[in-house]
Design a binder for this molecule. Structure first.
Ligand SMILES: Cc1cc2nc3c(=O)[nH]c(=O)nc-3n(C[C@H](O)[C@H](O)[C@H](O)COP(=O)(O)OP(=O)(O)OC[C@H]3O[C@@H](n4cnc5c(N)ncnc54)[C@H](O)[C@@H]3O)c2cc1C
Length: 461
């Protein structure tokens, strides 16, 4: 890398329509902060892009100067891959428009848009695309890694809904990719993460959803957790695509529908969404109410947009987070024992174990349809260690690691790249399984020098 002078930086800044932020700016700390408070890095320059031309200027400058860089959209990545010390951060959070073509059921989404921004615009027309469960997550990182949430069993992963994308390649060219244009690159970005270029627009398929859906939470006692999870396993295997039930095991937050004596105690929460009418939803959820005597419940018809934000208060930025994740085809009895064992020694109250129900439409797609490969996973488990004080780092990280290790013999072996931590780069080939070889070839074609390397990195062949 050549030594950058102030003149180099000024000349580069003159090519930018957005804003270049350095550590002399009063908002430097605000601009560099990301969701996971464990990550504290100091970029040299942060370019708040206002459009594709700024992104192209960044790539040209990076190639001329040799400066390292990172790409930031929603800033939610647990590994902190959107920020790097002494580097240039291409900050796309300022490009966050969402345009809905309701007639053709399409959304045109800029990379800085958050999930809530998309739901806000699409729900105006009673439409939605498949996105995640926390409204402040970035559409860009989520989509490029796969993307799943409450309506994935019915409408697929986010990558199944990607129709086309505008992408700035390692050559600094802005191209449109779709099934007819650069189909290899289009295939690779549907799961291959930020390895292939910088996406400046996503074109997403929309579906009629809501505006009200049947959804809610049922909190069940922890002392019968294993029996409850067995019933959960058997019952979820019978559900129609319209219904998704996730199991969340954690210490109960002080929710108004829970008796005070349960607050802060371990509970098994069944969280669900049904795309359909109240009567059918209520019938489908009735057996769940009988898994055990509930501590409390809260469900009914609710605006889809509100449900998409229901977990936001538990997932605010500013906390310390460390995640581990496994995929399961089936949750065997031994695995349920592991869950109960580690749930009973949760080290800090915001920690939780999330079991997302997959299957449905997502699992009926061919493994080679997109770079996202985990079509056979019926459950994705996220061991979510979360705490506030750095003095608890060791304790909470050790809990997540030990849990992950004990669960490994019962899991499928692959991993969802969007849930991988910094030190898991050796898991990347298994995260892509049989699609990995093809991904390395496409990487060789579009980014032979591996300039896009701050990610779950796919090496050029
Ligand atoms: C609280 C929380 C809840 C979550 N819930 C879900 C969920 O329900 N479902 C789910 O599927 N995932 C979920 N995730 C995981 C989420 O998908 C990833 O964290 C994802 O990386 C977030 O995207 P982002 O744009 O916010 O990330 P950023 O941190 O901004 O970016 C992450 C990486 O993505 C790449 N990238 C970002 N933007 C671009 C771009 N425009 N072009 C090319 N590469 C780019 C880069 O490599 C970058 O380093 C959740 C994460 C959190 C923290």
């Amino acid at each position: 890398m050549k030594t950058l002078t102030q003149i180099d930086i000024d000349n580069f800044s003159a090519t930018i329509r957005g804003r270049v932020v350095t550590d002399t700016d009063s908002d430097y700390d605000a601009v560099r902060s990301i969701w996971n408070d464990m990550i504290d890095r100091r970029p040299k320059l942060m370019v708040q892009c206002s459009g594709t031309a700024d992104v192209v200027s960044c790539i040209k400058f990076i190639k001329e100067s040799g400066i390292n860089f990172s790409i930031r959209s929603g800033g939610h990545n647990i590994a902190g891959s959107s920020i790097r010390d002494d580097a240039l951060m291409i900050d796309l959070s300022t490009m966050n428009s969402v345009f809905v073509d309701s007639k053709n059921r399409r959304a045109y989404v800029e990379p800085g848009a958050l999930l809530g921004d998309v739901d806000h615009e699409t729900q105006l027309y009673g439409l939605a695309t498949s996105l995640g469960i926390n409204s402040t997550t970035g559409v860009a990182g989520l989509t490029l890694g796969g993307g799943f949430g409450w309506i994935s069993r019915k409408h697929g992963m986010t990558v199944d809904n990607l129709i086309a994308a505008q992408i700035v390649t390692a050559d600094g060219e802005s191209i449109r990719v779709s099934k007819d244009a650069h189909p290899d690159l289009f295939w690779a970005i549907r799961g291959g993460g930020g390895n292939f270029g910088i996406v400046t627009q996503f074109e997403l398929q929309l579906h009629p959803v809501g505006p009200e859906v049947f959804c809610g939470l049922i909190a069940l006692p922890f002392d019968s957790a294993k029996e409850t999870l067995k019933k959960y396993r058997e019952y979820t295997a019978t559900l129609p695509d319209e219904m998704s039930i996730w199991a969340v095991i954690r210490k109960a937050p002080p929710l108004p529908f829970l008796p005070e004596e349960v607050h802060g105690k371990e509970v098994v929460i069944m969280a669900f969404l049904y795309i359909g009418d109240e009567e059918s939803g209520a019938k489908l959820i009735e057996p769940v109410r009988k898994f055990a005597e509930p501590h409390g419940e809260f469900f009914g018809m609710m605006p889809y947009k509100a449900w998409q934000q229901i977990f936001d208060p538990l997932l605010t930025p500013g906390a310390r987070n460390y995640w581990k994740s496994h995929n399961f085809e089936r949750l065997n009895d031994e695995m349920l024992d592991v869950i109960v064992e580690y749930a009973s020694k949760i080290p800090s109250s915001p920690c939780e174990i999330f079991i997302a129900q997959m299957g449905g439409y997502t699992s009926r797609q061919a493994i080679t349809k997109t770079a996202y490969v985990h079509r056979k996973a019926n459950y994705i488990m996220n061991v979510h260690a979360r705490w506030d004080d750095s003095s608890e780092d060791e304790l909470c990280i050790a809990w997540a690691r030990a849990f992950f290790k004990s669960a490994t013999p019962h899991a499928m072996g692959g991993a969802y790249v969007n849930f991988m931590t910094e030190e898991e780069n050796e898991r990347v080939p298994s995260a892509y399984g049989e699609n990995y070889a093809k991904l390395t070839e496409i990487k060789e074609k579009y980014d032979p020098e591996n300039i896009f390397n701050l990610n779950q990195n796919i090496k050029p062949k």
